[in-house]
Design a binder for this molecule. Structure first.
Ligand code: ATP
Length: 269
């Protein structure tokens, strides 16, 4: 089986497996454009252990997406270093890091299956294996019966599931998600959050999730990283000490409110 299912409990307190670890050390990024320079991020350092679910929150424009793009190897930091699985990433490598963006970015002329297969076709993976892996990934995201549909035949939530399947198809130990559900209605968003948790508990990938939703960040994560406004700096790491599964009662409780308040205060400051 390509997409490894792990049956032990999620969120180990300590993991010696380095494959899904992410280490960001003194990272900064300055964009240089014709109209001038923008310092997006400054001096960011943190480590994420294998199998942890981390969210990144902060005001608009504080550099959350830039940070994720750097971890993915899509943008190079202008300062500092980033390692994934103990090694630097000088270019995108979907076998090490899968990425899911807000916009599903599916090819409209391809079926769901072919969209998911696409990164494997680029690597000239054998047709039969490609198909098997794509179907396995679609199954994992709950779209087993929809492989032959085209994007226009799918709802917004289903398109995001296809994008998630595409991010998972090469079974990377690390998955980066940049506001993946921001364009969805609230109900679909909640369902998708539960889906991601189910997949995370089954596969135990390291997940780094960017969101504007503080409740969403608390609901999903082991830890929430809080960035300040531009240039983004890491001002707090909030450990979410709520039991899992995060039931309706847990999410409506006093501790949840305390965590939300702390994160909100840090963002405002
Ligand atoms: N390619 C680029 N060229 C120039 N400036 C950029 C580029 N990408 C981002 N920026 C600038 O860098 C800063 C950080 O942008 P980024 O998109 O990383 O922030 P963000 O926290 O993800 O924002 P949002 O929450 O609104 O999505 C912003 O001021 C943005 O305008």
């Amino acid at each position: 089986m390509g997409l490894k299912a792990v049956v032990s409990s999620p969120s180990p307190a300590f993991s010696t497996d380095e494959s899904g670890a992410v280490e960001v050390t003194n990272v900064g990024h300055v964009y240089e454009t014709a109209s001038g320079t923008t310092e997006a991020l400054t001096d960011i350092s943190f480590r994420v252990e294998t199998g942890r679910f981390i969210s990144i929150v902060g005001p608009s424009g504080c550099g959350k997406s830039s940070l994720l793009m750097m971890i993915a190897g899509l943008v190079q930091p202008t300062r500092g270093t980033i390692t994934a699985g103990g090694r630097p990433l000088v270019q995108p490598d979907p076998t090490r890091i899968g990425v899911v963006f807000q916009d599903a970015s599916l090819y409209p002329w391809l079926t769901a299956r072919s969209n998911v297969e696409f990164p494997l076709s680029l690597r000239h993976v054998d047709h039969k294996i490609r198909r098997e892996r794509a179907e396995e990934a679609l199954d994992l995201v709950g779209l087993a019966g929809f492989a032959d549909k085209h994007p226009h035949e799918l709802s917004g939530g289903m398109k995001q599931r296809v994008a998630l399947a595409r991010g998972l198809v090469q079974d990377p130990p690390i998955l980066l998600m940049d506001e993946p559900f921001a364009a969805l209605d609230e109900q679909t968003r909640l369902t998708m959050g539960d889906e991601v948790l189910r997949i995370w508990e089954r596969t135990r990938k390291t997940i780094i999730f960017v969101t504007h939703g503080l409740s969403e960040a608390i609901h999903l994560s082991d830890e929430v990283l809080v960035l300040t406004s531009r240039p983004g700096k890491l001002v707090d790491r909030v450990s979410v000490d709520l039991p899992r599964p995060r039931s309706f009662e847990v999410m409506g409780g006093r501790r949840f409110e305390e965590l939300r308040e702390r994160i909100w205060q840090r963002i405002r400051s």
